[in-house]
Design a protein around this ligand. Structure first.
Ligand code: PMP
Length: 356
């Protein structure tokens, strides 16, 4: 740290992204990316947009907003596209949290929430999950604090029903409830329709998972036009051209190829169910994941040992050295072949350790 770094960041511990190794070819099951390439139409559209990179991108993202609005059956004025959903989550911490509106979120959830709270000097409280890793909705009823819930949650993959989300939103009329739907397309139900009814609900989404565009950085928020207006104030005060023109073109083309996305989601769901059954046969315990990953622990092994043994065999999964979840691995659902390679690696690890 230099002597110039502001003391306001003394307590800030930055988010640690999953590894993106360059030195060796791994089977990457560690950052919940899609195992499938983007739609060929998106690749073509991005390449075409590259020819006009001398121009700024459209700060209003008009066409992209229209397409996202059509998918979620809302109006374009209810949508804001951002540089990944991380950006809209940060905007939400900036716009809707302060000393009068502290943030609350589960103690086991997306690690960036606490980082955004620290970054923006927002007081926050982490609410313990129940022992089975589920969220107790009662903890979020009538709190009148700014609530952040990933649905499905990460890294557990467990999802809350729409009725429960509605109860939480309804009972906190004077504060904003943010539902982070990064993983909703793999078996969850979107709360986006509720934004028509509730003026305190912001639903966020991403093109990084189901739409195979993690590297393009495209996320979005859906809310009533007043909340979108507030988020736009933050956007135009930080980075008006937050979505670059190649990403914008790729996002539009992806939404014009929705069948491609749906087919891929279906395959991920099938592979998840295959992997879940096979891991259970090998003694793993798992949460009921509705996301593109499984959260699995083996009673006879430490999470870290399994993570390291898999790494040795060229397979990356995510392990969090955190109390309560350090026995678990978060395993992204890959192609069928990748799932089979993972199972073969576990079999080899288990037979090696038995022999010792
Ligand atoms: N929310 C959750 C729960 C996530 O796991 C992630 C990705 N790691 C994000 C949001 C952010 O994703 P992106 O910025 O790629 O849209």
């Amino acid at each position: 740290m230099s002597r110039f770094f502001s003391h306001k960041y003394d307590a800030l511990t930055p988010y640690t992204p999953g590894e993106q190794p360059k030195e060796k070819k791994y089977i990457k099951l560690n950052t919940n990316e899609s195992p499938f390439p983007p739609s060929p139409k998106a690749v073509e559209a991005a390449a075409k947009a590259a020819a006009s990179l001398q121009l700024y991108s459209d700060p209003t993202a008009a066409k992209l907003h229209e397409k996202i609005a059509a998918l979620y059956e809302v109006d374009a004025e209810n949508v804001l596209a951002t540089n990944g959903s991380d950006e809209i989550l940060n905007f939400a911490f900036m716009a809707f949290c302060d000393k009068e509106h502290p943030a609350i979120f589960p103690n086991i959830t997306y690690g960036f929430y606490s980082v955004f709270a620290e970054l923006n000097g927002v007081p926050y409280e982490e609410i313990p999950l129940k022992e089975d890793f589920t969220i107790d909705p009662v903890d979020y009823i009538g709190q009148n604090k700014t609530i952040f819930i990933a649905n499905p949650n990460a890294p557990t993959g467990i999802s809350l029903s729409l009725d429960t989300i509605e109860d939480i939103v309804k009972s906190n009329p004077d504060s904003v409830v943010v539902i982070d739907e990064a993983y909703v397309d793999f078996g969850g139900v979107s709360a986006a329709p509720l934004t028509k009814q509730y003026k305190n609900l912001l639903v966020t989404g991403t093109f990084s998972k189901s739409r195979s565009m993690a590297g393009a950085r495209l996320g979005f928020g859906i809310a009533c036009k007043e909340l979108i207006g507030d988020l736009n104030t933050i956007k135009y005060s930080t980075n008006p051209y937050n979505v670059n023109s190649m990403t914008m073109a790729a996002g539009i083309a992806t939404l014009e190829d929705e069948a491609y996305t749906q087919t891929n989601c279906q395959t991920v769901i099938e592979n998840r169910s295959f992997l879940q059954k096979e891991l259970a046969k090998r003694g793993f315990v798992m949460t009921d994941s509705k996301a593109n990953f499984l959260f699995a622990a083996h009673p006879d092994y430490e999470g870290k040992d399994l993570y390291l043994a898999l790494r040795e065999k060229g397979i990356l999964v995510r392990h969090f050295q955190k109390p309560l979840i350090d026995k678990y691995l978060r395993i992204t659902i890959g192609t069928k072949e990748e799932c089979e390679a993972l199972l073969a690696a576990f079999d080899a690890i288990f037979s090696q350790t038995k022999e010792v």
